[in-house]
Design a protein around this ligand. Structure first.
Ligand code: SAM
Length: 178
């Protein structure tokens, strides 16, 4: 089942690195697409597509002008929407429920930036806290993907890669133009 990310509230300049990092984590850890809302920023899309060009795969990035109508429509079409928020149920208590999600078209994981709009707390299918302490969207995303994929995402082989790392205990070896 495809897993997609929605990164809310991107702010130009200020959030460039962190939104890019959300995309990098999403791609590396097995999600197929990142939507983002807030300010449209072509640099985000461009840079993540450059990562595909070098490191393979077909990770998609799409800007959303209206995330509310997107989520409402996706829910009607059968998406399971997981909102990452410290106010949700703590991950260990819902991990099995998440792992046994069936009969949905996809999973959309929503991560915020500043304060999450309160209506979103009711729009999602499940609100999940990665501990009930405040921290970061990048950490929350990495951990929830790790639990969903049970660590298997660490060994994904991306097709059409031009670069590949040969793991080394020391030093560095990269194969170019495979
Ligand atoms: N004070 C903000 C709030 O009330 O939403 C926290 C913003 S935090 C810097 C940015 C995003 O990280 C949040 O919107 C949420 O998606 C994610 N996040 C932070 N801590 C989290 C936690 N403990 N569990 C799940 N997600 C978390």
């Amino acid at each position: 089942m495809p897993i997609e990310i929605l990164r809310l509230g991107h702010r130009l300049h200020r959030d460039y690195r962190i939104t890019t990092h959300c995309g990098l984590v999403a791609r590396a850890f097995g999600a197929t697409k990142m939507y983002y809302s807030g300010f449209e920023d072509d640099k985000i899309t461009l840079n993540l597509h450059k990562v595909n060009d070098s490191w393979g795969g077909n990770f998609e990035v799409q800007y959303l002008k209206n995330w509310r109508s997107f989520l409402k429509q996706s829910k009607l079409e059968g998406s399971f929407i997981i909102l990452c928020t410290m106010y949700g149920e703590n991950l260990p208590d819902v991990e099995q429920e998440i792992k046994s999600i069936k009969n949905t078209s996809n999973i959309i994981i929503v991560i915020g930036s500043e304060k999450i709009p309160s209506d979103l707390l009711h729009l999602s299918t499940l609100n999940v806290a990665i501990s009930n302490q405040p921290h970061s969207e990048v950490a929350a995303l990495a951990i929830i993907l790790d639990r969903i994929f049970s660590g298997k995402q660490l060994s994904i082989q991306f097709d059409k890669a031009r670069l590949k790392i040969v793991p080394k205990k020391q030093g560095k070896k990269v194969i170019y133009d495979l």
